[in-house]
Design a protein around this ligand. Sequence first.
Ligand SMILES: Cc1ncc(COP(=O)(O)O)c(C=O)c1O
Length: 390
Amino acid sequence: MTTPPFPAWLAKNPRLDRDAAFGREQQFVINPNGVPELALELGECPAHRVTPLYRLPALAERLGVGEVRVKDESQRFGFGAFKALGGVLAVGNVLSSAVGDATHSSPSFASLLKREHLDVTANHVFTTASSGNHGRSVAAGAKLFGNRCVIFLPKFTSADKEAAIRARGAEVIRIDGDYDTAVAECRKQAAANGWTIISDTSWEGYDAIPRSVMRGYSVLVEEIVQQWPDAPTHVFVQAGVGGLAAAVIGYLWAVLPQRPVSIVVEPASADCWFQSNRAGKPALASGNADTVMGGLACREISPVTWPIIGEAADWFMTIEEDGVLPARRLFAHPLDGDPAVTSGPSGCAGLAGLTRVCTEATAFEALGLDRNARVLLINSEGDLGEPLSD
Ligand SMILES: Cc1ncc(COP(=O)(O)O)c(C=O)c1O
């Protein structure tokens, strides 16, 4: 038997062509045009701050790479997750188009916030299925614009996350099943009641709203581009359905002269991207998505993201459940002089991926990591409802 060149939890993208240009198919998924302006517009919102991109030099030294930087989305909007950028914006976009269609004008966000078009907007009811963070963002958007909102939660979502959604005025329907079961129930009830689904995942015939959610995520990537003029050489990005990964990989590909090597990180039981990479097309996860990493607990990818992740992510890897706590602790109690970062189980998954690779020489080499590597991580959530006990 021949030894594989790298461990079984790591797989290369066989379709990869690093010389491929960011083409129309990719631009359909992540359109970089107007994102810097959107980021500037957000800056005018009093509650908004650009989230920090911390340097972790002691960790980089320990891991044998040149630099590690982490974009800390636990500080996004006082909301605690990057998801704040997606759902809120997508709700606003739906209302803006509805007003545009009705009045042949393009209303500003400010006028929607002032509820100047209630005759058109008031009847919209928004809904989504969520493991927690996305639902909170959609609820926040609906509240902001004065609309009713119904969120479908799987069984595993924490009571604190449910409370945070209810606190934003949304109704919550608990499903006795996993995330994908919640998606199915949400679609059924939305169709029966005429509600608008603000989903972060796409399906046949439904991709405009997930694309608008990802456009919101692109704002955090634009911030990174501004914060890091040298740009990363590697990015470890965690994936559930792939919306975050598509925004990160796609936006950096679109705007940088050379895109970084990207590594998509998933829980072993929710490895839908790992399996899709192997199959060469969207495929189900090999496990039942029973993971503490609730935001990543997906059995199916968002198919609209395939032209970016499926075609252009360099590597796919999985992490085990027992990698989560050490990664959270490493963020919370950092090495000498590094800043402390508050993360949740899904937030630290990129770091868990990086440390796994760094403990396996074949993987470290295969990814081209060395003392010149500049590694980007995204702490995609804080510890809402899941505080670290030590
Ligand atoms: C904290 C956190 N990180 C990462 C993800 C993964 O995002 P996506 O499903 O877009 O891949 C999620 C999704 O809910 C999340 O909540």
